[in-house]
Design a protein around this ligand. Structure first.
Ligand SMILES: Cc1ncc(COP(=O)(O)O)c(C=O)c1O
Length: 392
């Protein structure tokens, strides 16, 4: 390949080596282990003196292809493909934290990550502080001597708040913290956090990377030095991805750029429609000029992404009525699908948060989160229009 290979070309052309059969499309390597020609070869591979696959919990051509491709797309060196997005988040924490450590967490994060921090890490003697991450001076004040990790998401789930990645990256570097960043909503096509100073990027590949809601998976990516730590933990604890899932996801990545262009175009159209509708209270989309961090979003993201969140006048009751009146959208908590999906975060993905936590994260009873799919957007807007009328 040439000197400057572009995103789309990496996404399509980064492939596992051909087998003896010279196949064009990479096959699935459904094998638990790999064989050696001699006992000495086995010894050399086990001793890491020679490269080679040993066992699929350690590595496999399909997971390697996926990770190599994701590394090219995120602009980093190495990674681990995991059995879910949560496994990637867990590996990120577990590889770098020890009892007595502390993590500083952005207030607006995915609900299950919040539970991992508050209900699991706390049992292992790891404390945390939640903070808004808009005001960097306030963030700096909350860093304690035992703080090890700065953890954030942007656009955040479900309110689509945008954080200044470069400023957070500089702060983490100045204070010697690991900066872990969940890039699930943006995908590597719209935003590359490592360019802005993140040390490790986490993905739930379940979402836009899969793109059709078929698999559960994740990835953690970063420098070879950091991933060496994570790999050791992953090999021993075993939350790695199956070859079949990796095979599907690597093929999905071939179309990520075109899908993200269309998701973003459709989502912007829906957000513009909702903003003009007199029945909505607040519409959030990173590329709407009314978004409080619009300029920042334009600076660090290529496009606004596929998610829109909004509130209908009439609170929780109206929101539920609206959802029930929809004819096309699927009511499901997943996102990043070709099909438009809708969630009521307060009673589903973020239902385990206490009322105070919901308030702090801006999750109201009337808030709805839409993952805009690849249908004709005129049909989706028509569906929203009729459901708004029916829910009055
Ligand atoms: C932002 C974000 N991070 C992480 C996850 C967890 O991913 P998974 O469901 O693949 O474990 C999700 C899932 O919804 C998510 O939205």
């Amino acid at each position: 390949m040439g000197k400057t290979v572009h995103f789309e070309t990496h996404a399509v052309r980064q492939q596992a080596e051909k087998s003896l059969h010279r196949e064009h499309s990479v096959p699935v390597f459904e094998t638990s282990s790999f064989i050696f020609n001699t006992a000495e070869e086995a010894q050399a591979v086990f001793a890491e003196e020679r490269e080679g696959n040993i066992y699929t919990r350690y590595s496999n051509p399909n997971t390697d292809e996926l990770v190599n491709k994701l590394c090219k797309l995120e602009g980093t060196e190495d990674g681990i493909a995991t059995s879910s997005g949560m496994a990637a988040v867990f590996l990120g924490f577990f590889s770098f934290l020890r009892p007595g450590d502390h993590i500083l967490v952005s207030r607006n994060i995915f609900g299950t990550t919040h539970l991992l921090i508050t209900q699991i890490l706390s049992k292992w003697g790891i404390s945390h502080t939640y903070t808004g991450m808009d005001d960097l001076k306030q963030v700096e004040k909350k860093i304690l001597p035992m703080t090890k990790i700065l953890y954030a998401e942007s656009p955040a789930n479900p309110g689509l708040d945008i954080l200044d990645l470069a400023a957070l990256g500089r702060l983490a570097q100045k204070k010697g913290l690991y900066f872990l960043f969940d890039n699930c909503f943006a995908t590597p096509y719209l935003q590359n956090p490592i360019r802005f100073g993140a040390d490790l990027v986490i993905h739930s590949t379940t979402k836009f990377i899969d793109g059709q809601g078929r698999t559960i998976g994740g990835a953690i990516l970063g420098s070879a030095e950091y991933i060496r730590e994570v790999r050791q933990v992953a090999r021993i604890t075993g939350p790695t991805m199956s070859p079949h899932t990796a095979w599907l996801l690597s093929k999905s990545l071939e179309t990520l750029s075109v899908r993200m262009e269309k998701h973003s175009q459709n989502a912007l159209r829906l957000a513009q429609y909702l903003e003009k509708n007199p029945d909505t209270e607040r519409v959030r989309y990173p590329f709407l000029p009314s978004h409080p961090q619009y300029k920042l979003a334009r600076k660090q993201m290529k496009l606004g992404g596929g998610l829109v969140s909004f509130e209908l006048k009439g609170g929780s009751e109206r929101a539920m009525k609206f959802v029930n009146a929809l004819k096309i959208m699927s009511i499901t908590s997943n996102l990043g699908d070709t099909r438009t999906t809708i969630t009521h975060p307060a009673t589903t993905t973020h239902s385990k948060l206490t009322p105070e936590e919901k308030k702090e994260s801006g999750i109201t009873g009337g808030m709805l989160r839409v993952s805009v799919g690849l249908e004709n957007i005129r049909d989706i807007i028509e569906d929203v229009e009729q459901a708004i009328l029916h829910s009055r």
